[in-house]
Write a protein that binds this ligand. Structure first.
Ligand code: ARG
Length: 313
């Protein structure tokens, strides 16, 4: 019997022959329990104080996220939320935990753009010190450049740093010097993607979700050039918060996954797990904003560059 081979219509999905190395980081997270999560003010386009989160549903969804992280194999550390900081649930913004090239555990504290979030830093640095992390600052208490850790991700040995809406370009040299790494500045221009983690999600050592529409032309091109195999998101896809996902090994925990994105992720061998955190979207953040990786290592995830260096801005 002869088997007729039918020409498949061409699709955007590429099946790769080789297995790409997983990200070594992203197996351990800091989170903040949503004990006082509210929408009290407006500092991003998603926040509307007339749309308050329902506390019971919020708590259930947040616990569901914790369970999904643990099921995927991640460790989770939980910090209690301060009563005076309704946005503190977005743990990603507290700062950047990292291990120095000489093995010292450290924490680069965020210096929040908006004063409404600055009290969070006191709790974050106390948490870091209690865990033996050396605390570094770029600016603090309203003095010096702003930096928010939701703008900072290791990829390809560099620390990619979104700037514009939150982190200031002037902070990049301080970040590079504090970590002793190469920082690549990327100018964010889209008001709805005000942190890098809304437009970029590292998946493994060669792949990441990237939404070029979040950046100016030059930075969009630089980011696409930095990612060997990008999963390019259009603006509509990115505004589902699908880049605000967390990757644990080959599992991608996502708040939403447009069909085309799922097809590509699965073709690359990732397992997509949907986690509903819709109540937490009312503050303008999703799964990545709610979780802060604790296991980024200079010398492994980031090239050690003594003195630090900034490129691309
Ligand atoms: N309401 C918070 C803010 O505007 C949301 C933070 C979202 N976090 C993130 N990593 N993108 O600061």
């Amino acid at each position: 019997m002869r088997i007729e081979l039918v020409d498949q219509p061409s699709t955007v999905v590429e099946r790769s022959a080789e297995r790409v190395a997983d990200l070594p980081w992203g197996r351990s997270y800091l989170t903040v329990s949503p004990d006082h999560f509210r929408v009290d003010y407006v500092i991003n386009p998603y926040m509307d104080p007339s749309e308050q989160p329902e506390p019971e549903r919020t708590r259930e969804q947040w616990h569901g996220m914790l369970a999904a992280l643990r099921d995927a194999g991640a460790r989770v550390d939980v910090l209690r939320q301060r009563g005076d900081s309704p946005d503190m649930v977005y743990a990603m913004n507290l700062g950047l935990p990292f291990t120095r090239a000489d093995g010292t555990p450290a924490f680069l504290a965020s210096h929040m753009r908006y004063p409404q979030r600055r009290a969070e830093t006191g709790s974050a640095t106390a948490w870091a010190e209690a865990r033996g992390r050396e605390v570094a600052y770029v600016g603090r208490d309203g003095v010096g450049a702003h930096v928010e850790a939701g703008d900072l991700f290791p990829f390809g040995g560099e620390l990619l740093a979104g700037f514009g809406p939150r982190t200031e370009e002037a902070a990049l040299a301080g970040v590079a010097a504090a970590l002793e790494v190469r920082v690549r500045g990327l100018r964010i221009t889209h008001p709805g993607m005000y942190h890098l983690d809304l437009a970029f999600c590292p998946l493994d050592e060669r792949r990441a979700m990237v939404c070029p529409a979040a950046f100016d032309d030059e930075s969009a091109a630089a980011l696409l050039a930095a990612v060997p195999e990008p999963l390019v998101l259009d603006e509509v896809e990115a505004l589902t918060f699908c880049a605000n996902s967390v990757v644990v090994g080959r599992t991608v925990l996502m708040p939403a996954c447009p069909p085309r994105v799922r097809e590509q992720l699965e073709a690359w061998g990732f397992d997509v797990v949907l986690v509903d955190v819709s109540e937490l979207h009312k503050g303008g953040g999703s799964i990545r904003c709610l979780t802060n990786p604790l296991d980024v290592v200079v010398g492994r995830d980031l090239l050690h560059v003594p003195g630090g260096e900034v490129v691309g801005s």
